[in-house]
Design a protein around this ligand. Structure first.
Ligand SMILES: CCCCCCCC(=O)SCCNC(=O)CCNC(=O)[C@H](O)C(C)(C)COP(=O)(O)OP(=O)(O)OC[C@H]1O[C@@H](n2cnc3c(N)ncnc32)[C@H](O)[C@@H]1OP(=O)(O)O
Length: 219
């Protein structure tokens, strides 16, 4: 059995898998602004009490905008290259639904290396609502999957989740800053055993253990 607490190698460059890579800094500020506004739009649309005339007008405007923006689509699997605060390079899928730079649905959760693993903060709005006022359990699992998967990728090498077990200790509230943690506990060959948790007001709302299987990197 091997235990790693530091990265074992530079992150493999997705270009070597034939995937397009864009640099974090090359994403236009206008696109980031659009993503943020559409994120707000999704929350507003889900909750609006506007009159029918306004709704019809909004639907037409959005349909028109959708047509204008549906040009020159990125290749599926496009990755973003970013430098983390400790100077290491990280790659993520640009439309990743939890942390993708261009996903309006993403909360988004951005993770940074801290002693012992990765940590991020996120506040969920009603896009992620399950029970009244609470985060949907599937989204709680998604946040944890991302945190433990990223920890595995950063501390070892990229992989896929083979098994994820979530314990929901208490309800995870909306509109409350959440601390999301992921870490590598141990590795056995391609198997990476990881764990993580979500905290609200310092109290654990959910915790996870997972098994990641590292993908074979072509020589
Ligand atoms: C930076 C990015 C962060 C991303 C975070 C989000 C992560 C995700 O959402 S990933 C998407 C969801 N996951 C998937 O789609 C994975 C689907 N499953 C698969 O593709 C395959 O089953 C996969 C890749 C996990 C394993 O397949 P494969 O590479 O053939 O491995 P395989 O040879 O069967 O198994 C390797 C070892 O793992 C073990 N193993 C594999 N699956 C499991 C499992 N579910 N439970 C227990 N052990 C398992 C095997 O027993 C074997 O152990 P040993 O080496 O001791 O004999």
């Amino acid at each position: 059995m091997t235990v790693h607490t530091q990265p074992v190698a530079e992150a493999p460059d997705p270009r070597s898998f034939g995937l397009p890579v864009v640099e974090d800094g090359s994403i236009p500020a206008e696109l980031r602004s659009l993503v943020s506004r559409v994120h707000d739009l999704i929350d507003v649309v889900a909750n609006t009490g506007a009159d029918r005339e306004t709704l019809a007008e909004a639907a037409a405007v959005v349909e028109d905008l959708t047509g204008r923006l549906d040009v020159d689509r990125r290749q599926i699997g496009t990755m973003v290259e970013r430098t983390m605060s400790d100077g290491t390079t990280e790659y993520g899928t640009i439309t990743n639904i939890v942390s993708g730079d261009t996903s309006p649905v993403a909360p988004p959760l951005f993770l940074e290396r801290v002693p012992g693993g990765l940590r991020g903060e996120v506040t969920l709005n009603t896009i992620y609502q399950g029970p009244p006022g609470l985060a949907h359990g599937g989204w709680v699992a998604a946040l944890l999957d991302q945190a433990v998967g990223s920890a595995s990728a950063v501390e070892t090498s990229p992989g896929l989740t083979a098994k994820l077990e979530v314990n929901y200790r208490r309800p995870t509230p909306l509109f409350t800053p959440l601390e999301v943690i992921g870490r590598v506990d141990r590795t056995e060959g391609r198997k990476v055993f990881v764990s993580g948790e979500i905290r609200a007001h310092g109290e654990v709302t959910a915790e996870a253990t997972a098994l990641m299987i590292r993908v074979q990197i072509p020589e």
